[in-house]
Design a protein around this ligand. Sequence first.
Ligand SMILES: [Fe+2]
Ligand SMILES: [Fe+2]
Length: 252
Amino acid sequence: MLRHVMIIAHLSDIHLDGGERALDRTRRVMRYLRGCRVDVILVSGDLADHGEIHEYEQVKAELAADVPVLMLPGNHDRRSPYRKVLLDDAGDAPINQLHRVGGVLFALCDSSIPGRHDGLLAPETLAWLREVLATADAPVFVGLHHHPIPLHNPLVDGIGLLNAGELATIVGQSPQVVATLCGHAHTAAAGMFGGRPVLAAPGVVSTTRLPWTTDDELTWANTADLDDAPGVAFHVLDDDGGLTTHFRIAPA
Ligand SMILES: [Fe+2]
Ligand SMILES: [Fe+2]
């Protein structure tokens, strides 16, 4: 009989901006998760909508939970205010963090490019990740904001991870990597990357439309479905190293 060793609640793209809409949807998801027995919560970027100090203060308050809450930056985040409020730190270097929760490691990479919406893992980030994986003594989830595989919405695919090939090589060479976890695309999605699963959490603030579900030509003005309910991914790690993901809508 398999036993799970860890349940990871994975949400993304809360885009808190001080306004009601993003706040209501974030609260809806967090209220749901506080009633669930999960071991850790991962929020894969676009925490703040404009990277402002007051937005990060909202992030800090709204994402509080009784289990560890891990976060990483997205293209809407700004490193300096993020560091100041969430890490009590200064500077604007890439925010790369290694967390250990239970017997599992989370290598969270900063894929943001200041001032741009597409993503890149800087040389120092790639070097950091190689070192983390070379010395890892436990299963590792690699986290980043930008999706490293095509998701078949041409707009979103135009702002993906520019050096996905380099990351795929690193992931593929490390036996400890269980999966890559990302956000940014605002769509619950699963694929393969570097020979392992890659799992994108749904976007809390909106859901990206898929081209084959509408007759309209997708533009940045209409590609976000604002009415779709906010959701979360639950990644279940078994004690034999297996991984199962469930996607759920947060009840209203
Ligand atoms: Fe986003
Ligand atoms: Fe994003």
